[in-house]
Design a protein around this ligand. Structure first.
Ligand SMILES: [Zn+2]
Length: 442
């Protein structure tokens, strides 16, 4: 079901016209009303009137996460404070939160986009919807709540956590649609299994999962264990909250960005230069319709690529890939951008390997070298008959297979070293470092 067919299936040429008109308008608004943007435009030597085509967006200055911090709390707002009907904030890891606000019209737009998402995921008016995203200053809960109501779902605002209560509601209220983070979906699935509750005894069929990166492997597991169609929803509070893009249930192949409201680009994280379709880089979003806190070319820090090919669901809006990583995790090796998650993707699906790996970058002379150390599975190690990972032909074959996959994914060669099970570093609560950069660059 397509919630707003007129907009979601708008022919590309019409969409581009609408985007240009809206881009010109939003650029004019921020130039007039937000001192930071006026300053940035002046530094870049551009005025809103100079925007003649969509390509001109590349001449506009970027907006960064740190701008929200520097302008805390209300410096980025393009409307008087009294026009805000809602404020959300995300907790920063250090110091002050990132503050965003919404006018009445912004709330209506947000609800519409979340309704589009729920419909694309497979929710239908009348369905019971268990909303297990956090409520409060976090945008997840209330964003999905308003979208669910607009679509005509019966919303259960259960919020996150409290697995016992989640399970009770799932069982007793004929819940057909659930929204939460993918990792919480796995937690729920395990809790259900531990209680002997089978997927057949539940009515749930649709899972709208997001707010953290996840993999195809997780999707398969969640779908098998819960008996649902699981699709990705993407958003970030600086741009709006959930509802910036959604995977359609038909294709489950990348998330449609609602281009009548957002103008997406992918740029090289280092140079800021625009990248083409299919090329992975930093996702950059300009809001086209937001009133309270429009952003121009916001650097999301999320690494993804754009796929403009038509989708079988009929939506004409471009699809973004799964988030491949964060720009802060990026390595530049021989001039090529490499993300740890690409390594994971390349090696995923080889049954003889585990998800434990380490990237070691060195520069023995003048050229960077990448070594990928990856642990083999217990059964692979046992199959070698006690022989340490050495000259066994199976070791050579697996190493070659890994190297081939890495070359086609990364575009550069890497040395592969197979490691014994349990030998690589594990997460100890904090963030696991997958990278050891041993280059001496001074
Ligand atoms: Zn689609």
């Amino acid at each position: 079901m397509i919630w707003n067919p007129a907009m979601e299936t708008l022919p590309r040429a019409d969409l581009a016209r609408l985007q240009l008109e809206r881009l010109q308008r939003v650029a004019g608004r921020v130039y007039e009303r937000v001192p930071l943007f006026r300053r940035r435009f002046e530094e870049a030597g551009i005025t809103p009137g100079a925007i003649r085509s969509l390509d001109d967006v590349a001449r506009l200055p970027f907006t960064y996460k740190r701008d929200f911090r520097d302008e805390y709390p209300f410096g980025l707002f393009a409307v008087p404070r009294a026009d805000l009907v809602r404020i959300h904030a995300s907790s920063g890891t250090t110091g002050k939160p990132t503050v965003v606000g919404y006018t009445r019209a912004d709330i209506a737009t947000w609800a519409e986009l979340c309704a589009r998402c729920m419909a694309a995921a497979g929710a239908r008016p009348g369905d019971v919807f268990q909303n297990a995203y956090g409520y409060g200053l976090f945008t997840g809960g209330l964003g999905m709540h308003y979208g669910g109501e607009l679509l005509g779902l019966t919303v259960l605002p259960v919020s996150g956590g409290n697995t016992e209560r989640q399970i009770m509601l799932l069982q007793d209220f004929d819940v057909r649609v659930i929204a939460c983070t993918p990792s919480y979906a796995l937690t729920l699935a395990e809790a259900l299994a531990a209680r002997g509750i089978t997927r057949g005894s539940l009515a749930v069929r649709v899972a709208v999962l997001g707010a953290e990166p996840w993999t195809e492997g997780m999707r398969k597991e969640i779908e098998a264990q819960l008996g649902v169609d699981a699709v990705n929803i993407y958003g970030l509070s600086e741009v709006m909250g959930p509802g910036v893009s959604i995977e359609c249930a038909e294709a489950k192949g990348g998330s449609h960005i609602f281009e009548d409201h957002f103008l997406p680009e992918v740029v090289d994280p280092q140079s800021g230069a625009p990248l083409g379709p299919g090329q992975a880089g930093e996702l950059v979003i300009t809001t086209l319709t937001k009133e309270a806190i429009p952003v121009i070319r916001y650097r999301t820090g999320d690494v993804a690529s754009l796929n403009p090919t038509p989708c079988r669901c009929g939506r004409t809006h471009v699809r973004m890939s799964a988030v491949l990583g964060r720009t802060d995790d990026m390595l530049i090796i021989r001039g090529v951008n490499v993300y740890p998650s690409q390594v994971e993707t390349a090696l995923l699906g080889l049954p003889d390997l585990t998800p434990h790996y380490l990237l070691v970058v060195t520069r023995p002379r003048t050229l960077d070298e990448l070594e990928v150390r990856v642990e083999v599975s217990e059964s692979f190690a046992r199959g070698l008959g006690g022989q340490i990972l050495g000259d066994h032909p199976r070791v050579g074959a697996l190493t070659d297979q890994c190297a081939q996959r890495l070359r086609s994914m990364l575009g550069i060669g890497a040395q592969v070293t197979l490691a014994a099970p349990g030998s690589l570093p594990r997460s100890e609560g904090g963030k696991l470092r997958r990278i050891r950069d041993e280059r001496r660059l001074s």
